[in-house]
Design a protein around this ligand. Structure first.
Ligand code: COA
Length: 260
C-alpha cells in the first residue's frame, strides 16, 4: 500500500514506522491513524519482522498530538466514534505480539504521548518534551492518557500531567519512569536498534508470551497474573525453541531459535 502520512521500511528483522507530517509536527489525523493500523497489521503478519521502531520525521516532533483541525469539527457522537477508532489502533500496537520501541525525538503531546505509552518501551532524545495538554483545549485525553499514564507513573503524577497540562522534559520523564532512557537525538535510533538486536537474538515465542503475561497480567489480580504466568511458562516449555535454548546452553554454543 502507498502511504501518504507515514513511512514504513523493513531491514534486518526490524520495521521502521515514521509519522511523516513534518509541517504539522506529525499531528495524528484519522488518515494517519488508519495508515498506522494498516502498517502495524502488516508488521504483525510479517514473520520476518521481530521488532518495530516508531518515530516522527524531522528533528522537532515525535507527534504533537491529535490533529486539532480535525478535533475542532467533532460533535459528541463523532468524537466518541473517533476516539474508539484511535484507541483500537493503539491497542493493536500494545498487543502486537512483537515489541514496539517508541523513539521520542521531540514533542510528544496528547495523542503523541499516548501513542508512545501504548508502545512496549520508550526512548527519548534529550530535547524531547512530553505532556497531556488536552485540558488547555477544553477536552481531555482520549487515546489512553487517563488510563495508561497512571499505570506507568502512578496516579498522582498522572493527575498532575492530565490536569495542569504542562509539558515535562525528557529528563523528568526518565525520572518518573515514563521513558526508559534518554539519549542524544543522533543516538536515538541506534540505541533502539541495539535493544532490538538483543530481542531478535532471543526466542520469538518466549518474547511474545512474556509480553502477553505483562500486558494481560497488568489487568488482573496478582494471583490471576501469576496463574497466567505459570500457564504461559508451560506453553514455552512445549516449544522447540525451549529444547534448543536449554540444549545450546548445556553444549556451550549459541542457540538457533526458529520461533517454533
Ligand atoms: N494539530 C494540528 N496542527 C498542529 C498541531 C496539532 N496537534 N501541533 C502543531 N500543529 C501545526 C501548527 O498549527 C503549525 O501549522 P501551520 O504552520 O500551518 O500554522 C505547525 O504545526 C507548526 O507548529 P507551531 O505551533 O508553529 O510550532 P511551535 O514550534 O511554535 O510550537 C508546539 C510547537 C508543539 C508547542 C505547538 O505546535 C502546540 O502547542 N501544538 C499543539 C499541541 C497540543 O495541544 N497537542 C494535543 C492535541 S489534543
Amino acid at each position: 500500500m502507498a502511504y501518504e502520512n507515514i513511512l514504513l521500511e523493513k531491514k534486518n528483522s526490524i520495521a521502521y514506522v515514521t509519522i511523516n507530517r513534518p509541517t504539522k509536527l506529525n499531528a495524528l489525523n484519522m488518515a494517519t491513524m488508519e495508515e498506522l493500523r494498516t502498517a502495524f497489521t502488516d508488521i504483525k503478519d510479517d514473520a520476518s519482522i521481530r521488532v518495530a521502531i516508531i518515530t516522527g520525521s524531522g528533528e522537532k516532533a515525535f507527534i504533537a498530538g491529535a490533529d486539532i483541525g480535525e478535533l475542532a469539527k467533532h460533535n459528541a457522537v463523532s468524537a466518541k466514534e473517533y476516539t474508539h477508532r484511535g484507541q483500537s489502533v493503539l491497542d493493536l500496537i500494545e498487543n502486537l505480539g512483537k515489541p514496539v520501541i517508541a523513539c521520542i525525538n521531540g514533542y510528544a503531546f496528547g495523542g503523541g504521548c499516548e501513542l508512545a505509552m501504548a508502545c512496549t518501551m520508550r526512548l527519548a532524545s534529550d530535547n524531547a518534551k512530553l505532556g497531556q495538554p488536552e485540558v488547555k483545549l477544553g477536552i481531555m485525553p482520549g487515546y489512553g492518557g487517563t488510563q495508561r499514564l497512571p499505570r506507568l507513573v502512578g496516579k498522582g503524577i498522572a493527575m498532575q500531567m492530565n490536569l495542569a497540562g504542562e509539558p515535562i522534559t525528557a529528563q523528568e520523564a526518565h525520572r518518573i519512569g515514563l521513558v526508559n532512557e534518554v539519549t542524544a537525538q543522533a543516538d536515538l535510533i541506534p540505541r533502539a536498534e541495539a535493544i532490538a538486536a538483543k530481542i531478535v537474538a532471543n526466542a520469538p515465542l518466549a518474547v511474545q508470551y512474556a509480553m502477553e503475561a505483562v500486558n494481560k497480567g497488568m489487568e488482573m489480580t496478582l494471583a490471576e497474573g501469576l496463574y497466567l504466568e505459570a500457564v504461559l511458562f508451560g506453553v514455552c516449555c512445549a516449544t522447540e525453541d525451549k529444547t534448543e535454548g536449554t540444549t545450546a546452553f548445556l553444549e556451550k554454543r549459541p542457540a538457533q531459535f526458529k520461533g517454533k
